[in-house]
Design a binder for this molecule. Structure first.
Ligand SMILES: NC(=O)c1ccc[n+]([C@@H]2O[C@H](COP(=O)([O-])OP(=O)(O)OC[C@H]3O[C@@H](n4cnc5c(N)ncnc54)[C@H](O)[C@@H]3O)[C@@H](O)[C@H]2O)c1
Length: 254
């Protein structure tokens, strides 16, 4: 028996948010590992362009994941086109920053919960149902955040509440589906240098202070998340489920 068998070659992997900063890097990692990647994001043209850039055998699925009723059909279409997906990476998400907690509106609340939490739950449910129905083992990786533990700052409390719920839900899903051979883990990025990190009115001094708060003295990059995500999906992580992996340059240590 080889101890270093990734076991990913030929697998179909669904990556949501796959035309975004971290999602695209992760999709590239799975393509390099020999997987067929279903590139899922809001815009069909961007999805097609990302899928083509990955090479042959990948496909784009322009989808608003908040259309909950269509998620089982999306999983079905991917299965028809690329084969049964046995890995799902939930990366799609949004942050709506506010000045403080007093300015959060119901719309802000619903918008962030609808994509970050509700869509993630129902897509994972549809994905896992196909695995359960076919007796196929699989793996889910949910993108949380270091804010799941810290709670974030006043302008991002609601966003971070969705991330805390993702971490909690990851554990519940992991426990529920372990007997089916479906592993569920989460990744918690720290401060990653993507458009999502931009705060209106942020100065260069604010950015430098943010960098100084990180023990490794640099912001995260999208590519910093590829190895850990591919690892969690692979047979190398076969005894791991319910974990949250901190990828924050030491910003939080747990
Ligand atoms: N950037 C950071 O500092 C940071 C820190 C911690 C966690 N994260 C998490 O990492 C993930 C990726 O972050 P990023 O910085 O790459 O962000 P990003 O904005 O570049 O990517 C998010 C992607 O999600 C997609 N998306 C949003 N709503 C959607 C919908 N309704 N349907 C389909 N797709 C939708 C967007 O189109 C986008 O491509 C997110 O879940 C984010 O919360 C990011």
């Amino acid at each position: 028996m080889s101890h270093l068998d990734w076991g990913l070659s030929g697998k179909t992997v669904i990556v949501t948010g796959a035309t975004g900063a971290i999602g695209r890097a992760v999709a590239e990692g799975f393509a390099e590992a020999g997987c067929r990647v279903a590139v899922v994001d809001r815009d069909q043209i961007a999805c097609d362009s990302t899928a083509n850039a990955l090479g042959g055998g990948h496909r784009g699925y322009g989808t608003d994941l908040r259309q909950i009723g269509q998620l089982p059909a999306l999983v079905g279409r991917i299965e028809t086109d690329l084969g049964l997906a046995s890995v799902l990476v939930n990366i799609a998400g949004i942050i709506l920053r506010t000045n403080d907690l007093f300015s959060v509106t119901e719309e802000d609340w619903d918008a962030q919960h609808d994509i970050n939490l509700k869509a993630l739950f129902f897509l994972t449910q549809a994905f896992a149902k196909r695995l359960a129905d076919t007796g196929t083992p699989g793996s889910v990786i949910n993108y949380s955040s270091q804010g799941a533990l810290s709670g974030g700052l006043s302008g991002s409390v609601v966003y971070n509440a969705t991330k805390g719920a993702i971490t909690t839900m990851t554990r519940g899903m992991a426990r529920s589906w372990a007997p089916l051979g479906i592993r569920v883990n989460s990744v918690a990025p720290g401060l990653v240098d993507t458009p999502m990190l931009k705060v209106p009115g942020q100065t260069e001094a604010d950015r430098e202070a943010m960098i100084r708060s990180i023990p490794m003295q640099r912001l995260g990059l999208p590519e910093d998340h590829v190895g850990v995500t591919v690892f969690l999906a692979s047979d190398m992580a076969r005894y791991m489920t319910g974990a949250m992996i901190n990828v924050s340059g030491g910003l939080l240590m747990y």
